[in-house]
Design a protein. Structure first.
Ligand SMILES: [Cu+2]
Length: 347
């Protein structure tokens, strides 16, 4: 029974591995953009998601290699015990990093199952999984047979059956301690990459309420385009109006909580909204350094108010996959300044 559980978890990791290697998903190519799309919902702020997005080679391969190891190890029962530890620690780190999304979308993302993975790993470890239907068992038996054919010149001082050398209780203690440490590491990573500190000096004088009107139209070359993309604001309350003239678009992968506005809402055609429906999200307006995340439904008018208390240059970009090429996450106008990226100068 426990071996069935082990193989089942192995198959789950194989499906994750399949997602990674399936060419149409473009896992490696999209990695930065997907990581960046978590910035608005990371409870530690956008610092760590931005860091991951700017080191895509390392992090994409790290996740791919661990996923591949867990798939092979658990399914075939090779180094089962180590896989229980690795799998649990890996899940704990992922869970901690994405905990902000979980609170926003209960069970709505693929990270909601990680506590279950950790529990299954614990059960496999304590239950001594890997003792049948496994390569661990096959190798152990083969080794024993080989030993039996050898003349008994030197008896190893290692107690026989090394897999039982540590009691289940000791193992379980290591397991719990390691999982908790991994959770702490995940949280630590978020906290270690905080928002840029507010500039020191006297608090800025808040100016009067100002207005910023933006529209999204289809440019002559067929790309959707924010205009203006680069503009100047004054500190104080700014009331934005974004008229999105692009077509409505469904973005099923959307983590779309509104963040950083007065009241935590945006107004779509006058209706206050906390979480924008994935049924229609044509574009977004994300300013990580202001912790601002706005999603604009196509063929709608979105309004929101932001209190801006610091001066400086702030980058904004759209995280909604609106590229017009084969890969909507990475083809233009995604990431093209003047279309889906720009600079706000606050004076
Ligand atoms: Cu866009």
């Amino acid at each position: 029974m426990i071996e069935v559980l082990r193989i089942g978890l192995g198959i789950v990791w194989f499906t994750n591995l399949f997602f990674i290697v399936y060419p149409a998903n473009n896992y490696f190519g999209d990695f930065s953009n997907v990581a960046r799309s978590f910035a608005p919902v990371s409870f530690g702020g956008p610092g760590f998601p931005d860091y991951v997005a700017s080191h895509p080679l390392f992090f994409s391969w790290l996740i791919a290699v661990v996923t591949g190891y867990l798939a092979v190890s658990l399914t075939f029962g090779l180094t089962t015990r180590i896989a229980c530890f690795v799998g649990s620690f890996f899940s704990a780190v992922l869970f901690a990093i994405q905990i902000g999304t979980i609170f926003v979308f209960p069970g709505g993302t693929d990270v909601g199952e990680h506590p279950l993975y950790i529990l299954i790993s614990a059960v496999l470890l304590v239950g001594g999984a890997g003792q049948s239907l496994s390569l661990d068992e096959w190798i152990g038996t083969a080794w024993m047979r080989y030993r039996a054919t050898q003349p008994t010149v030197r008896r190893p001082s290692v107690p026989s059956g090394w897999t039982g050398a540590l009691s289940a209780r000791t193992l379980f203690s290591y397991f719990i301690a390691g999982t908790l440490v991994s959770l702490a590491i995940g949280v630590g990573l978020l906290v270690a990459f905080p928002l840029p500190p507010t500039t020191s000096g006297p608090p800025p004088v808040m100016g009067p309420t100002t207005y910023e009107n933006i529209s999204i139209n289809i440019a002559a070359n067929g790309w959707p385009q924010y205009s203006p993309a680069n503009f100047t604001l004054h500190t104080g309350q700014v009331i934005f109006t974004i008229v999105d003239n692009d077509s409505p678009m469904n973005w099923s992968g959307c983590p779309c909580p509104v963040m950083g506005t007065v009241g935590g809402v945006e107004y779509v055609n006058g209706t206050p909204i906390h979480i924008v429906s994935s049924d229609n999200v044509a574009h977004s307006f994300n300013v990580p350094d202001l912790n601002l995340a706005i999603y604009t439904p196509g063929a709608n008018i979105t309004q929101f108010t932001v209190d801006i208390s610091r001066t400086g240059e702030f980058e904004w970009y759209c995280v909604v996959p609106c590229g017009t090429g084969t890969d909507p996450y990475s083809t233009p106008p995604m990431g093209v300044p003047g279309f889906m990226e720009g600079t706000i100068n606050v004076v």
